[in-house]
Design a protein around this ligand. Structure first.
Ligand SMILES: [Zn+2]
Length: 109
């Protein structure tokens, strides 16, 4: 049996989403980060960060900035996952089938 703690929490109070987005924006404004690092910096799950990033893209656009995604890349053959650049880290390379994939990075420019 798993000893994992339940992570279910009550819905966040109004305004919490805005705060988290600001934290994510300031975390990635200096240098691009992977989802894993953003998750550690802001202390929310990777899944939640995906949802926030979509919103952040629109927020920074309205300020004349852009959410810049460095696509995932295969470490073995260098294949770049351009079509999969939307957030999720691919499982394996379609060309050489390696599972050593460099995670996509998210930044703001
Ligand atoms: Zn490959």
């Amino acid at each position: 049996m798993s000893l994992k703690k339940k992570t279910a929490q009550p819905p966040p109070p109004a305004g919490r989403h805005e705060t988290v987005r600001r934290e994510i924006i300031s975390a990635i404004a200096g240098r691009p980060l992977s989802i894993k690092y953003i998750s550690a910096a802001v202390k929310i799950s990777e899944k939640e960060i995906y949802a926030h990033l979509r919103h952040i893209g629109r927020t920074v656009n309205s300020r004349g900035q852009r959410l810049v995604i460095t696509p995932a890349e295969c470490r073995r053959c260098g294949f770049v996952f351009r079509k999969r650049e939307k957030f999720k880290r691919p499982g394996r390379c379609p060309v050489c089938r390696a599972e050593t994939i460099k995670e996509p990075l998210f930044g703001i420019r």
